[in-house]
Design a protein around this ligand. Sequence first.
Ligand SMILES: C[S@@+](CC[C@H](N)C(=O)[O-])C[C@H]1O[C@@H](n2cnc3c(N)ncnc32)[C@H](O)[C@@H]1O
Length: 280
Amino acid sequence: MAARTAVDRRPVARVATDGGVAMSDLSPAEAAVDPAAAPQVPSTARMIDHWLGGTDHFPVDVAAARAFEGAYGPCADIFRSLRGFLGRTVRHLGAAGIDSFLVFGAGVPTRGNVHEVAPAASVLYTDIDPVTIALGQRILAGADRAAYAYGDATDLSTIDPALLARYVPAWGRAPVGVVFLGLAAFLDDAALARTLDELYAAVPAGSRLAFDFDGLELAGHPEALALMGEGFHMRDPAAFPALLGRWRPTADGISPVARWRPDGPPEDVPDAFHGGVAVK
Ligand SMILES: C[S@@+](CC[C@H](N)C(=O)[O-])C[C@H]1O[C@@H](n2cnc3c(N)ncnc32)[C@H](O)[C@@H]1O
C-alpha cells in the first residue's frame, strides 16, 4: 500500500501532474505553498501526511493520493491505524527501557511520530528523499532531542556519524530502537534480508526493531497495484519471518497492524499492513 515515487523508484509519479487537483480544492496550508517552488514528483511519505490530515505536503502529493484512492478506495483510516501502530511500538520499546531511536524511511516527522510519542527520547529520523528531508529538518528546527538527516537504510555508512552519536546516544553502548516502517515495500527480498541483517549486526544486544510490511491486500485491487509499479513488494505474512533473519519477533508475533497490542477494539480496516517488534 505504500505508494511509489521517483525517489522511491515508484510510478505514482505518473499521476503526479494529471491528478486534477485545483488550488481551490486545497486546504489553506496547502494553498500557501508556492506552486513554482513545490516539487513536481509526489512522495508516498507526504501522501501519508495528507491522509493523516497534516499540512506538510504539496499539491502533487494530494493529486497522487487522490489518484490512488480512485483506484483503491479511501485510505485515511488505514494510515491512521498504521500511525497508531507506530505509536504503540514506540511506547512498547520505551517500556523496555529504550530511549534512543534511529528511524529509517522516516517520511514526515509529525502526526504522532516517534519524538511526539516518546518526547523524552532522542530520535534521529532518516530518509533518502531530499524534499522530505528538508521538510523534516524545518519541522524539527527547534527540537532538542530530535533531528532529521539523509540516510539510506541499505547502507548505514550514509548516516553522518556525528549525528548518530548525538541523536542516538545509546548507539554502540546500549539497546536502541530501530524504526523500520513503510520501507519494506521498497526493497526486494534479498535487499531487505541483507539490510535487516546488517542492522542486527550494528546494534547492541537487547535492541528492538519495529517493522511492518505490505501484505497481499492490493492483489485484490489490480488498478491500484498497477500504480505501484514493478518494484512494489507485497509479502505473504507467513513468508516474512524468514526475512527477519536473526531478529526474533516478540511473543506478540507478526499480525495485521491494527491487531498488534491494540489499546482497545482494533480499528475496522483492511489488513493492508502487517508488523510487529523483534529483538536482538
Ligand atoms: C511509505 S513512506 C513511509 C514514511 C513513514 N515511515 C511513515 O510510515 O509514514 C516510505 C519512505 O521511505 C523512503 N525510502 C525509500 N527507500 C529508502 C531507503 N533505501 N532508505 C531510506 N529511506 C527510503 C521514501 O523516501 C519514503 O519517505
